[in-house]
Structure formats: structure tokens, C-alpha cells
Design a protein. Structure first.
Length: 130
């Protein structure tokens, strides 16, 4: 995870330097804010991965003497098809629509979001459809 962490940290540092240059070049606030946000999108997960890379034993692909045979086997499990991510996206859309159509769509969106989160949690615990 150390390599992934360093890649993300370099990307975040690049955008942070770019934000500083952009600010002093243009004094434009919205572009600078977006570049700072892009920097955080690299620095936050990069710092998290770096923190974990110090606390876990190295994976076979992280070690120079690691072999392909050590990395063989079950990599992980993936969830089956589910309707809940679609429901959660629909809920986010309804919350965004509340800026245009009124607060009543936000109430509907938050209700739908809570039900989607509960559905995702129950489905992941049971291992099947809910």
C-alpha cells in the first residue's frame, strides 16, 4: 500500500502547488477552491493509505523479493447485484432537486437515503437480496 499512498500524496501535492500558483496568478476564488479540493482528494486517501502501510505487514507485491505464488489465491469477494446503490443515487438526486423545487423533495430524498443505507447494511449482513 506504500506505493499507492505515495502516488496519491504526489497527486495531492501537485494540486496544492497548482492551487497556490493559480491563486497568485489570477486571484480567482472558485478555481482555487476547486484545486484545493482536488489536492485534498489526493492527500486524504494518500495519508490514510500511508498510515495503514506503516501498521500492516507488507503485501507480496510491496516486497521486492515477493513472488507471484505468494499473491495467488482468493483476492477478495465482490457484492452481488443490488438495487440499493441506484436507490441511494435517486435519493441524492432528490436532495439536489430540493434546491430547485423546494424542501419537500429533500424530505423525500433523505427518507429514501435512510432506507437505502439500511437496505445496503441488511443485504451485506445477510449475503443476499433484501
Amino acid at each position: 500500500m506504500r506505493t499507492e499512498a505515495l502516488v496519491l500524496i504526489v497527486i495531492g501535492a501537485f494540486f496544492a502547488v497548482l492551487a497556490a500558483i493559480y491563486w497568485f496568478w489570477s486571484y480567482e476564488q472558485s478555481g482555487t477552491a476547486m484545486l484545493i479540493g482536488s489536492g485534498f482528494l489526493g492527500l486524504v486517501p494518500g495519508a490514510y493509505y500511508f498510515w495503514w502501510s506503516k501498521r500492516m505487514r507488507p503485501r507480496p507485491e510491496d516486497r521486492p523479493e515477493g513472488t507471484l505464488e505468494e499473491g495467488a489465491g482468493v483476492v477478495g469477494t465482490f457484492p452481488s447485484t443490488s438495487v440499493w446503490p441506484f436507490v441511494l443515487g435517486l435519493a441524492a438526486t432528490l436532495v439536489a432537486f430540493s434546491l430547485v423545487f423546494g424542501f419537500w423533495t429533500a424530505i423525500l430524498g433523505f427518507t429514501l437515503a435512510i432506507s437505502a443505507v439500511v437496505g445496503i447494511i441488511l443485504e451485506s449482513r445477510r449475503g443476499g437480496y433484501v
